[in-house]
Design a protein around this ligand. Structure first.
Ligand code: AHG
Ligand code: MN
Ligand code: MN
Length: 359
């Protein structure tokens, strides 16, 4: 049940915490720290046209992609703040080759995977970009409630679960084990959209106050779409089933609501957010364009899995197109790429039938 708007995100997080009497506030604390980092990035992104943050930093990351100055700023902002928040034991970022340890004495019981700035190619042309995050409980913590701490062997007194730093193993967990995930989109307004497994809620930043206010309570993605989002420039590199599916969406069948409209902006967060609110299916399938990236371009830990958690909580679905649900994939390495088909359940089911050759 949602009270009238005007609820800040910190209040919303406290309300969620109150639903878990055993909660001690670790996850609340983590989310609130992450939100401070997001506000810092938002202020910088909104000044990008004026301050000297546009353009390339002159470095390339593990993905072999040129790192934009705002990528670097966003990455450092999150890394520095979360390394000393006391709720995280280890992190991974799209911009960092290896795991990011937290500061000694600040080890917490959660892990954080993040894409500090998604849609980098759009930074200099003033198109919406975003930050994506995914939170797990560290493996050494045996599944206590999201807002709680690990109980010790001797009964029910509580101790902080993370006395030592975490490892890659703590990060390499299935998406279905996430305790929270979401994104911030820096667009016409800055919005935070996230889930802790109890629905999806959207908050809009009032920059004059510096507060995120509940603007989209309990978001549900429409059951069926009228938009498809895909980079058709890759058509020639797709397999036959993928081509057949996109051709099908473009055929005229007014009864069936086809042809669909095409919307593709090249920022996953922006394409995903539009589809979440208005309905749509986004596809970044495997292709044979680049032998080094046979599974498509997007990364599992900090792009596909967090958005899959959000979309499933909103009533949608996320698959790879080769028979796997995104949330059930056991990650093998930090920057693992996966094909991503995500959006309205009806459309993802239909796409799966085409991609598996059933249709
Ligand atoms: P990032 O900027 O974090 O590297 O992500 C870019 C991704 C994603 O945002 C978007 O959907 C995709 O790249 C666009 O890729 P193409 O330009 O190949 O379509
Ligand atoms: Mn990205
Ligand atoms: Mn990025």
């Amino acid at each position: 049940m949602y009270r009238p708007l005007g609820i800040t995100v910190s209040r919303h997080i406290m309300d969620l915490q109150r639903m878990h009497p055993e909660a001690t506030g670790d996850l609340s604390g983590l989310l609130n720290e992450l939100i401070v980092a997001a506000k810092t990035i938002s202020a910088e992104v909104n000044m990008a046209g004026l301050a000297d943050v546009l353009g390339m930093s002159g470095k390339t990351n593990i993905q072999g992609e040129e790192v934009q100055k705002l990528d670097e700023f966003s990455n450092n902002t999150i890394k520095k703040r979360m390394a000393r928040c006391g709720y995280v034991c280890v992190m991974t970022s799209e911009e960092e080759d290896d795991i990011i340890p937290v500061s000694e004495g600040y080890e917490g019981k959660y892990t954080l995977a993040f894409d500090p700035l998604d849609g980098s190619s759009n930074i200099d042309v003033n198109v919406s970009i975003g930050t994506i995050f995914s939170i797990h409980r560290r493996k050494s913590d045996d599944g206590e409630p999201s807002f709680g701490r690990r109980s010790t062997d001797s009964g029910d007194e509580w101790q902080s679960a993370g006395d030592e730093g975490g490892s890659a193993e703590d990060l390499l967990q299935k998406g279905s084990r996430q305790v929270a995930a979401g994104y911030i989109i820096y667009g016409s307004s800055t919005m935070l959209v996230f889930t802790t497994g109890e629905g999806v809620h959207g908050f809009t930043l009032d920059p004059s106050v510096g507060e995120f206010y509940l603007s989209h309570p309990d978001i549900k993605i429409p059951g069926k779409s009228k938009y498809f989002s895909v980079n058709e420039g890759n058509y020639t590199y797709w397999d036959e089933n993928m081509r057949r599916y996109i051709d099908y969406l473009k055929e005229q069948d007014l009864e069936g609501g086809r042809p669909y409209s095409s919307r593709y902006i090249g920022s996953l967060v922006a394409d995903f957010h539009r589809n979440l609110i208005s309905g749509g299916i986004f596809l970044y399938p495997k292709d044979n364009k680049n032998p080094a990236k046979p599974s498509g371009k997007l990364r599992l830990l900090y792009e596909a899995a967090p958005l899959a958690f959000v979309v499933e909580q909103a009533g949608g679905r996320a698959i790879t197109g080769d028979g796997r649900d995104i949330l059930e994939i056991e990650p093998q390495e930090l920057h693992q790429r996966v094909p991503l088909i995500i959006g309205c359940r009806y459309d993802v089911d239909e796409a799966e039938d085409f991609l598996s050759g059933k249709r």
